[in-house]
Design a protein. Structure first.
Length: 299
């Protein structure tokens, strides 16, 4: 079924692009990251368990304690039953208020405590909404063409390192993941790929998951979102909102270059990932130990 214009405008929010999602794929699913446990939902496409990865020392990250996802505002009643089965204690929402106002607050099962912890998108949401809503191909090309969309994404990733409020939000989320009183935790943004992707990559890395696996988990958002994102682009074209919807592909995707941009900024600002974590995020060694003790058996 084609998306209505209203649905298209909803989903294209900041090219973080999520509205009423298609049926979720069955779990587990094999990707470049290995076998990933996707949570099958009708109203979200990128919700998955961060457990299961093997660490450098041969241990395995626990299933059922740390989840990542896209926004939960469009969940169905059946989806709520599915999430209730996860026993979630905390749901951390990394969206900015403009995104929440546009797509709606999360729908959560009973017992899951919502935590609003916005991480800036560097103005992406508002600018893209204006560009798509204009229906002006010239304006859209001026904003997104000739590599500008990818360049904008790289700037977003730099803010994960340079912006003090972003660092505080990331640190608080990692502390929550280390706290057994929080219960299982799900963190998400709008599409579950950039702010959520960076936080999840950082978590897996701190737990001792090899870089190849942590990076593959980050890139797996492209697999889980591909069909839906293609559907959005086709809908934008058919509705006349965009003559060239391929302009938004760099905003819909995660790319190795985006992750590398954040890591380059880590080295430029702090010299090493350890200093970013210890100085930039302010996490102490005892907190990192608690994180691993909780999420990695026999740590």
């Amino acid at each position: 079924m084609p998306l209505s214009r209203r649905a298209l405008l909803t989903t294209t929010g900041a090219a973080l692009l999520l509205g009423a999602a298609p049926p979720a794929l069955a779990r587990p699913r094999s990707t470049a990251a290995g076998t990933i446990r996707q949570i099958p939902l009708q109203g979200a496409v990128n919700v998955r368990d961060l457990g299961g990865y093997v660490t450098y020392d041969g241990a395995r990250v626990r299933h059922g304690l740390a989840y990542r996802g896209d926004h939960l505002a469009k969940l169905t009643d059946a989806d709520l039953v599915t999430l209730a089965g996860l026993g979630l204690g905390t749901v951390v929402d990394l969206r900015i208020p403009m995104e929440v106002g546009h797509d709606g607050a999360d729908r959560l099962p009973a017992g899951a405590v919502p935590v609003a912890r916005p991480v800036t998108d560097n103005g992406l949401f508002g600018q893209l909404m204006a560009a798509i809503g204009s229906r002006d191909p010239v304006r859209q090309e001026e904003m997104l063409g000739d590599g500008r969309a990818a360049a904008f994404m790289r700037e977003v990733y730099r803010t994960f390192v340079t912006d003090p409020a972003n660092r505080a939000a990331l640190a608080a989320t990692l502390r929550d993941l280390a706290d057994p009183r929080r219960g299982p935790l799900l963190l998400h943004c709008t599409s579950g790929k950039d702010r959520t992707g960076w936080t999840s990559w950082l978590l897996l890395t701190l737990l001792g998951v090899p870089e190849t696996s942590a990076r593959a988990d980050y890139l797996a958002s492209n697999t889980f979102r591909a069909a839906y994102d293609a559907r959005v682009r086709e809908g934008l074209k058919q509705s006349g909102l965009m003559q060239n919807p391929e302009l938004i592909v760099p905003l819909q995707e995660v790319r190795a270059e985006y992750l590398d941009t954040a890591l380059d900024q880590v080295r430029a600002s702090y010299g090493s990932l350890f200093r970013y974590v210890s100085v930039g995020l302010g996490l102490e060694l005892r907190e990192l130990a608690a994180l691993r003790e909780r999420l990695v058996p026999d740590a």
